[in-house]
Design a protein around this ligand. Sequence first.
Ligand SMILES: Nc1ncnc2c1ncn2[C@@H]1O[C@H](COP(=O)(O)OP(=O)(O)O)[C@@H](O)[C@H]1O
Ligand SMILES: [Mg+2]
Length: 573
Amino acid sequence: MATTAELARYYTTLDAPAVDHLQRLVASWGLLADLCFADLLLLARVDPARAVPGVAEEAEGARERLVVLGQVRPLTSQTLFRGDWLGDVISVDERPMVMRALRLGEMIEGEITHPSLREQVRVQCIPVRHEGRTIAVMTRESTPTVGRNLGELERAYIEVFNRFVRMIAAGQFPFVDEMGLGEEAPRVGDGAIILDDAARVEYASPNAISALHRVGVHANTEGMRLTELGLQENVVRTSYSTSRPATEEIERGPEVTVLIRCLPLIDDSDGVTGAVVLLRNISELRRRDRLLMSKDATIREIHHRVKNNLQTISSLLRLQARRLPSSDGKAALEESVRRIRSIALVHETLSHEAGDDVPFIEIVRPLVRMVEEGLISPEHPVRFKIVGDAGNLPAAIATPLAVVLTELLQNVVDHAYPPGLDSTDGHVLLELDNNGRDLRVTVTDDGAGLVPGFALEKSTGLGLSIVRTLITTELAGTIEMRLGPGGGDRPGTVVELNVPLAADAPADPLNAAELDDLSAEGAEGGGARGARVPNLPPPVPGSPSSLTGSASSRDRGRTRPPDAQRPPAGGGR
Ligand SMILES: Nc1ncnc2c1ncn2[C@@H]1O[C@H](COP(=O)(O)OP(=O)(O)O)[C@@H](O)[C@H]1O
Ligand SMILES: [Mg+2]
């Protein structure tokens, strides 16, 4: 949908400062619609040279036309228009008064028969002045049957509206450099106080009085200054002395926050003659802000505790390993210690981050360090080099990937440089590349290379089985392992991983059920996945049996939480 500025730039000959002025008017005119209990339209003259889409040129030449640059409905009353007028181009004949107001730069009032409403519509045409020129016309559209009876509140508001109207016609409203407060901006219905030229309360709406009660003001407000009521008057004083709006938040204890906005009413000859003070009780908004902030802090704290717990587990396993007599057992426990520590690293990083994404490089570096530490007086010194960056990854991808990287780096240490290989240093290159759609991770060593006949699918080692499960099933990616480009007895090994980033993130970073399957594989003596236990009935989603057996990875996916509980896909990854 087009904006006021886009429409003005397309249809009119107005220059940038004028368009800016109209944009500011539209940003703050909700207040005006509320004060006059009526719909407002903003109209400007269409550049005759501009072809209007869908409107054929009349034979007698370009007829004058108007474009609707803005429309706002009152929150304090019924609307006259059910339709959206923004961007409509109309003939001047439909609203001849608008053209006259535009030409003469004068306020013009009259009645028209509206084509879609069967009623007469009262149209008040207010010239919008900017730097001495009338650049557009704001119309207030009302019918006698729609609207409210005039009580004290209505009379007070309409009187203020008319003062704003004079300011618009004099080029004093919208205020210069004022873009409004956006969503938080108080509207008239939230509570309005009208101040006189000495900043004394002339009128306070019922909602304003309620808002004042919230901040502990119970006195009768009429004729009083806000300071006399016990409110700091900074906003009022600022806006009276600068002729500009001012905004302040007043807090009463930890629970109550009221937003106060003061808009000066300006008269050409007398300067500031009064003000409208809008009050909005934003306690609930601020409470939610605080809640969100504390929720974020809680999540970080939990990541911190998970990390601590994982570290404790890995320490306990390490203690156990030291007491084991068998070196096989020791090695197995040490491997587990490394796997657990790699997961702990992700939680540690998440405990420093605001969201669920982690800069993966901050996990890779300590991971490499961890593997380096495990090289106890090796025959070959091995040097690791990291190239590129993986960018920010959601925890659901970062966690399995950290476990996978640990396995790959450990394999280099364990297998690439066997005793007896020539004793020059080993060089390992870890390359990361994130193009926004896929993540590519390559680990290249210059060691002995894969044994003849090695095939990833047939490999039964636990390390590569974990890698396969996590990459293909959990992350829907691919793995390739091949001999490296080196010569002689050191061809080296290249492991290349490709992981799609746009796909649905897995529900839980490490799916225990999928890892459980590894034990089934082991029990069967290994072999290709998917060839196990054929012809079982289809799994019942959610039932425990669907987590095992022949369920394909997709079936297993059904046991995950529904989409609503997952992190949103796409965006930012
Ligand atoms: N970088 C590498 N260089 C040479 N061989 C490797 C490399 N990575 C893996 N391998 C081979 O793959 C096999 C399986 O590895 P893995 O599944 O991690 O089990 P494990 O490390 O316990 O032997 C290793 O025994 C080794 O033969
Ligand atoms: Mg291994």
